[in-house]
Design a protein around this ligand. Sequence first.
Ligand SMILES: C[S@@+](CC[C@H](N)C(=O)[O-])C[C@H]1O[C@@H](n2cnc3c(N)ncnc32)[C@H](O)[C@@H]1O
Length: 243
Amino acid sequence: MERFFGIVQKDKAIIDEDFHHLKVKRIKKGQQIEVIDRNTFQPYLCEVEKIEKRKALCKVLEQLPKNVPLVDITLLQCVPIKVSTLDEIIPPITQVGVSTLVPTISERSFQDPKVIERKIPRWEKISLESLKQCGRHQPLKIEKPLKLEDLKNYLPSEGLFIFPFERENNQTLGKVLKDAQPSQKIFIVVGPEGGFSQKEAQLLEEIGFIPVSLGNFILKAETAAVVASALVYNLLVEKLKET
Ligand SMILES: C[S@@+](CC[C@H](N)C(=O)[O-])C[C@H]1O[C@@H](n2cnc3c(N)ncnc32)[C@H](O)[C@@H]1O
């Protein structure tokens, strides 16, 4: 079923800001659609009652269950030198179930926190489009940029901390997650194009991050972010089903 953002009040829904999308999808009066309330992200099954010049009016038929991430993953992605590369990472990490993205500044990443911060509204918008497409009813939280050297102060005392590291040969995600609890918060730090410096890899291990291999090939940073997040999500959801 087609999904649109709107405003829901009691048994009525209005699609205004997302009206163009509704027109592109050629939705007609009488059709059933899903309307996601843009304030609460609650989905509703609705029937289109009237199509006006700039908005569509709908009748709410029923409230639908929310489809939200089942495990809590925070991805700390070192910002690529070409900052716009992060635009490409946001849709797939939204789709594979990452809850929080922290743009992270490392030795070989893009450095200016002000420029990164200014991009956040754009990234939120990109993520919302992806959220609508994939049927997720909880937005990706995008936090302010964080310096890798300040990571220790950012982290909670409990959780599972991992960093994909191409120089790690033995430890795989499967091994590391074997004893993990699906209720644990998971923090994943992925390096930029140039990778982590030796000093950074050492610092990450000192503060409790476990290096993991994602295979015997070097992945692009954006591929590594999606692969690591999807593997962690699916391995933990499998565990959740077993309990
Ligand atoms: C493009 S890679 C860095 C590669 C590094 N500059 C090199 O040439 O060896 C960017 C990030 O992706 C992750 N990564 C890429 N391939 C990986 C692999 N095979 N195993 C684990 N992590 C990997 C790491 O976090 C790395 O810092």
